[in-house]
Write a protein that binds this ligand. Structure first.
Ligand code: ZN
Length: 420
């Protein structure tokens, strides 16, 4: 691997839920998520582009993507982008309120009595609604492709960027089942991210395209290590804490990420988990060890969630009981507003170790400000992120729990290898 790579600006957003770049109320102070989006070499959207997956919602998302000058824009689906999952569509049809809501937005005429029942049935053919959504994002010469948007299905994807860098991505829209939304799997029993050999004991493997393991010796373009993993949901214990105090991230995903050791793993889904954390992997020097060691055969999901996950991450970045890794310091609020983004450079991150003072979950929940004050008292540490040793986790949810677009996009500068 060359000592220095090609500086690449990666703009990351998630969970925009078809919110526009304009303020909700004209008198609100200008927020960071506004026009134009900051310049970047590539833009990534980690899913939940819409509320239910209607075409007007997709158009609103395309308006946001159009406001970016990035020559390449990568998007994945989230659990709300229902019309992009064929299975959800065929299982729900017009019986589900979300399907009805989607169709009423797709075709306001549906609400009128003048539309005959027969016409509605044709319109509500789930296959054609699915195809319409699919065509919107993926059709050659279609609206999204014309804007430089590439919709990613589950699996590995490699791109040559205009700046000469090669970007290797792994993408997956799947999240643990929650209130019967899209792209779901039962997290306690099913693995959607690893190969059979890396799945936990007593687990059903449903992964079509596993996340590839890190290898220190990979030189061929086809087997380059993954630079960025894009999923809709967070992994277990990483920016996955809900307002009700639960870590709802996926343990199979954390295990997969600890194998793949990408530079960046970005996601959204848990709006209140917005932020960035850095981990150091415990097994960070042996390429063989991360791939050949079948370390999960005797580990169940329950054991992994209660204890084993800690062995993947070095003790210094374990963090507290509710989250792992070290919190990455953000630039001052005024800089974020000016830059319309949180700018982070992987060669000079500053992390803040969370307080060693034990804080009860109840106390942390009751007062977020208290937590903030405690953390600022801790020591800041400058860190250079190293490939195969560290991963930066980014929860880039733009909207909050009330679906207001309060959070800033992330603009991350990373050194990528050039295309050979
Ligand atoms: Zn969301």
């Amino acid at each position: 691997m060359p000592a220095s790579g090609i500086k690449t600006r990666i703009l990351i957003i998630s969970d925009t839920h078809s919110r526009p770049l304009q303020n909700d109320y004209p008198h609100d102070p200008p927020r960071a998520f506004r026009e134009p989006l900051p310049d970047a070499d590539v833009l990534i959207h980690c899913g939940d582009m819409t509320m239910t997956g209607s075409v007007p919602d997709y158009n609103a998302t395309l308006d946001v993507l159009r406001a970016s000058s990035a020559p390449l824009k990568l998007v994945i689906a989230g659990n709300h982008d229902l019309s992009l999952e064929e299975k959800w569509m065929s299982n729900h049809r017009e019986k589900d309120w979300r399907f009805v809501a989607m169709e009423e937005e797709n075709d306001p005429l549906d609400k009128k009595a003048s539309v005959s029942k027969a016409e509605r049935q044709v319109r509500r053919d789930c296959k054609s609604v699915y195809q319409e959504a699919r065509d919107f994002w993926t059709k050659e010469g279609g609206v999204a492709r014309k804007e430089g948007v590439v919709f990613l299905d589950e699996g590995s994807h490699t791109f040559r960027l205009d700046n000469g860098a090669l970007l290797r991505i792994y993408a997956s829209p799947y999240t643990p089942d929650f209130q019967d939304w899209g792209f779901a799997y039962p997290v306690k029993t099913h693995d959607s991210f690893n190969s059979h050999t890396h799945s936990f004991d007593k687990t059903t493997n449903i992964c079509q395209n596993p996340i590839p393991s890190f290898s220190a010796s990979s030189t061929e373009e086809s087997e380059r290590n993954v630079d960025v993993v894009i999923t809709h949901g967070p992994p277990y214990k990483q920016l996955d804490l809900t307002a009700t105090g639960l870590n709802v991230g996926c343990p199979h995903l954390l295990h997969a990420i600890s194998r793949a050791k990408p530079l960046i793993h970005c996601f959204g889904h848990i709006h209140e988990g917005y932020g960035a954390r850095l981990v150091e992997w415990a097994n960070n020097d042996s390429a063989k060890a991360s791939d050949s060691k079948n370390d999960t055969t005797s580990t169940t999901v329950d054991t992994y969630m209660t204890e084993t996950w800690r062995t993947a991450i070095t003790p210094s970045t374990h963090g507290d009981s509710k989250s792992s890794g070290a919190q990455v310091s953000f630039p001052p609020e005024t800089d974020i507003a000016r830059d319309r983004s949180v700018r982070l450079d992987l060669s000079s991150l500053t992390t803040v170790t969370t307080s060693s003072q034990p804080q009860s979950a109840a106390q942390a929940l009751m007062d977020v400000d208290d937590e903030f004050v405690e953390e600022t008292q801790d020591e800041a540490k400058a860190v250079e992120l190293k490939r195969g040793r560290n991963t930066l986790f980014v929860n880039a949810s733009i909207v909050d729990l009330g679906y207001k677009a309060v959070n800033a996009p992330f603009l991350i500068e990373a050194e990528l290898q050039g295309a050979v």
